[in-house]
Design a protein around this ligand. Structure first.
Ligand SMILES: *Cc1c(COP(=O)(O)O)cnc(C)c1O
Length: 405
């Protein structure tokens, strides 16, 4: 066996293509039918959009589902419609995509960063309680990587302090917490259909809710402030055009047929990979068992300890792993609050109070995850046979051997 690392010109441990999205002639047919119909948009010919929303709500077990242009806007609609006011504080984790916080600033609200749990990388409920002030109005828990947050505890805290809960389920399509679909537990749940996500049509978003008042308001904000039963040129709220097209829905409803099977596959592969990586010194899978009955593994994350790899920095290790053919990288290089947006308060026209200062924020668990520990394997790498997982583990062992001997 040739043990020369692929990064140094040796053979790759696994050399197959991990394609995403996965599609067939069915998608081509569905889209071409919409093209031929001439009914491309929404809402004037919104039959397909409405049908898909109903289907999605039924899958999630909620009363309502509302499509929109992307996951960021899904979060924006849910937050604004939930009735926040300028200066209100919204609790979010710093280990997430920018949109979870940018939509808070765009609502003239203050993002309050609460550190993640070192085992699960999800927002830490104990630290949520400590961050609540009289200005706190909402929590946006992110089901990071597709693993459910500790929703029982988060809902308990929210109830006690009268806070809205908007679930960022942009990694969590079809995933579950104690048998309930992610996104269906809080006041609203938000999904993204952007290219990398587990259900995609290139770009797109969805909000689900059981709350009729919230739904009606989000529907109005999505549709330039029009209201149910109102006239075409009658605008009640400060909305925008955030509507999805029928072409996108044609792709989504076809892709949706594969989602349960793909999710089951990722969940199985993830669980199996956990067992393999637990046996490697210096590698720890994230902790499971906080209620996630189905994990969508939008990302498979493991924790790297350089002490067992001859002090090889994480970024170097991640490059070697990718070179071995594992669809992986080092993930977020820094916590969200380290972005110039926050450090320099480049908030432009948004009215964020002067007392807010992000240069003093410190979330040590997130910092460790970003700088030292977290390595990501992407979701399309988790759709193959079990043997792929064996290869991923083998690649890590190959690197360990090469750098320690
Ligand atoms: C992708 C993503 C979003 C935003 O979705 P877009 O469709 O890209 O706007 C929000 N939150 C998280 C955690 C995401 O990964």
């Amino acid at each position: 066996m040739n043990n020369r690392l692929a990064i140094n010109g040796g053979p790759k441990t696994i050399s197959k293509n991990f394609d995403w999205p996965v599609f067939s002639e069915s998608e081509v047919y569905a889209v071409s039918e919409v093209v031929k119909s001439g009914k491309w948009g929404n809402p004037d010919c919104s039959d397909l959009v409405k049908e898909f929303e109903n289907e999605f709500a039924a899958y999630c077990g909620t009363k309502y589902a509302l499509t929109c242009v992307n996951g960021s806007v899904a979060l924006r609609l849910a937050l604004i419609a939930s009735g926040v006011r300028p200066g209100d504080e919204v609790i979010i984790p710093p280990y997430t995509f920018i949109a979870t916080t940018s939509i808070v600033l765009e609502a003239n609200c203050v993002p309050v960063f609460v550190d993640i749990d070192p085992g699960t990388y999800n927002i830490d409920p104990v630290k949520i309680e400590a961050a609540i002030t009289r200005r706190t109005k909402a929590i946006i828990p992110v089901h990071f990587a597709g693993q459910a947050c500790d929703m029982d505890r988060i809902m308990e805290i929210a109830e006690k302090h009268n806070l809205k809960v908007i679930e960022d389920a942009c990694h969590g399509h079809w995933a579950e917490y104690k048998g309930k679909k992610l996104g269906s537990i809080g006041d609203a749940g938000c999904f993204s259909f952007q290219s990398s996500k587990n259900l995609t049509c290139g770009e797109g978003g969805m909000v689900i809710t059981n709350d009729e008042v919230l739904y009606d308001m989000m529907n109005s904000l999505r549709n330039v402030g029009r209201v149910k039963g109102g006239q075409w040129y009658e605008h009640h709220y400060l909305g925008c055009n955030y509507r999805m097209t029928q072409l996108q829905v044609a792709l989504l409803s076809t892709q949706m047929k594969n989602l349960p099977e793909q999710t089951r596959k990722r969940h199985e592969n993830g669980t199996y990979l956990n067992s393999l990586l637990s046996d490697i010194k210096g590698i720890k899978p994230l902790v499971r068992g906080v209620g996630e009955t189905l994990h969508s593994y939008h990302i498979y994350i493991f924790r790297y300890n350089k002490a067992e790899f001859n002090n090889l920095p994480k970024a170097e290790f991640a490059k070697m792993l990718a070179a071995e053919g594992v669809p992986s990288f080092m993930g977020y290089p820094q916590p969200l609050y380290k972005q110039p947006l926050f450090q320099k308060k480049n908030f432009m026209c948004y009215a964020i109070p002067d007392y807010v200062d992000y240069t003093k924020v410190s979330c040590p668990v997130t910092e460790k995850a970003c700088y030292e520990e977290a390595v990501w394997i992407l979701q399309h790498g988790m759709l193959g046979p079990k043997e792929d997982m064996d290869k991923f583990a083998e690649a890590i062992l190959k690197i360990q051997k090469a750098v320690t001997t």
